[in-house]
Design a protein around this ligand. Structure first.
Ligand SMILES: [Fe+2]
Length: 115
């Protein structure tokens, strides 16, 4: 849905959407791989991976915040609407990850670390 939504935004600008590698996200993914390497089989791995996933969400939230503002500044209300929807979804995902970490992952990692 995100891809489709972004394609609509590009259409509004009269541009063709195309994929591009993001060094920041690649770096966060590499951090996740390091977490797996360091904590494989331990509860800390799940807590760490949740934090890495949240780092991705926070990056996406930052980008969508900026793009939403720019679309508004340019008077592109339709594009802004799509971007606000994406921003809301990213925020929900971040909140769900926080809830998961707080409800179980962090406590499990803490108990395992205290042993
Ligand atoms: Fe996301």
């Amino acid at each position: 849905m995100h891809v489709e939504r972004l394609q609509h935004v590009f259409e509004i600008f009269g541009k063709r959407a195309q994929g591009k590698t993001c060094d920041a996200i690649e770096g966060i993914i590499a951090q996740g791989e390091k977490i797996i390497e360091d904590f494989k089989g331990q509860p800390a791995m799940d807590a760490g991976l949740a934090s890495a996933a949240q780092a991705v969400e926070h990056y996406e939230i930052a980008r969508y915040c900026t793009l939403t503002r720019w679309a508004g500044d340019l008077g592109l209300k339709d594009a802004q609407k799509f971007l606000i929807t994406a921003l809301q979804e990213e925020t929900k995902t971040d909140e769900a990850l926080t809830a998961l970490a707080e409800a179980s992952l962090n406590a499990a990692a803490k108990v395992a670390t205290a042993r």
